[in-house]
Design a protein. Structure first.
Length: 272
């Protein structure tokens, strides 16, 4: 079905694969409409706070288009990017848990975004009355749980360079068995560094290395958009030799001689 006149997303395109595959936007919109959702999706500009840490968790947000950064701030004021969310993702759904009445994260738009705001009670009611919507929502929750478990494994066993390559491939939504090039919106090296647990300077070194190897490129004339190639999987592999020494990045193989200058090593975190 086509989006109804009541729900018009300015970024909707019949030729866009993401739009065609957006099950909520197509199949579940009528359910949300009957449940009393706002008459239109929210059109938000870049750097707009969707919800803030410490505020009441009374709504869940569904991202129709754009990118949203999910972040948390430590007691000493240091911010960490936990995830970058895109079309098809829910944000703020922790409020569905009875004990999570206050937000523990902040969501901020990185570009022009189209989001749906769904009140907590409304969403609970829809899930009880519409099995198709419940199935859709649970599939999202399960996919995110698997992703978080994979992130944890990679955080412990992959180098910083590998984690960065994986983060870029996830943002581009490229499968390892396909030959593809995908353009994603501009993302600062600082945010990427927060996501993989390194500094902006280290992120810049790795990004330059990826570019020199032809794994990524910056789209000229398009506001700094980033072109991700499926060949980037070569840098995300957990079984490769360091460029600067004979160490291996897989935990099962003993490391060889270490770099004379580990700070210049792509796998400097393995030398500590």
């Amino acid at each position: 079905m086509n989006p109804s006149d009541t729900f018009v997303c300015k970024n909707y395109s019949a030729g866009c694969l993401a739009c065609r595959e957006c099950a909520l936007f197509f199949d579940s919109m009528k359910y949300l409409a009957r449940a009393g959702v706002a008459s239109q999706p929210l059109q938000l500009p870049p750097k707009q706070v969707v919800f803030a840490e410490g505020t009441e968790g009374d709504s869940v947000f569904y991202i129709c288009s754009g990118r949203v950064k999910l972040a948390a701030v430590s007691n000493d004021g240091k911010e960490a990017a936990l995830a970058l969310l895109g079309p098809g993702d829910f944000a703020g759904d922790a409020c569905l848990a009875d004990h999570q009445l206050v937000r523990n994260t902040t969501a901020t738009t990185l570009c022009d975004c189209c989001v749906l705001r769904i009140h907590r009670s409304t969403l609970m009611r829809v899930m009880q009355s519409e099995p198709r919507f419940l199935q859709f929502f649970l599939s999202f929750v399960m996919a995110r749980t698997v992703r978080l478990e994979e992130d944890l494994v990679h955080h412990h066993y992959s180098s910083t360079e590998q984690r960065l390559a994986r983060a870029l491939l996830l943002l581009a939504d490229i499968n390892e068995d396909e030959d593809a090039e995908v353009v994603i919106p501009k993302i600062s090296h600082e945010i990427l560094g927060e996501m993989v647990g390194t500094t902006r300077a280290r992120t810049t070194i790795f990004m330059n290395r990826f570019r020199e190897q032809g794994l990524i490129d910056y789209e000229s004339g398009r506001g700094g958009e980033l072109l991700i190639r499926s060949s980037l999987f070569s840098a995300a592999s957990t079984d490769k030799r360091c460029e600067h020494c004979s160490c291996r990045t897989d935990a099962s193989t003993p490391q060889g001689p270490k770099c004379q200058d580990p700070t210049d090593c792509a796998h400097e975190d393995l030398h500590s």
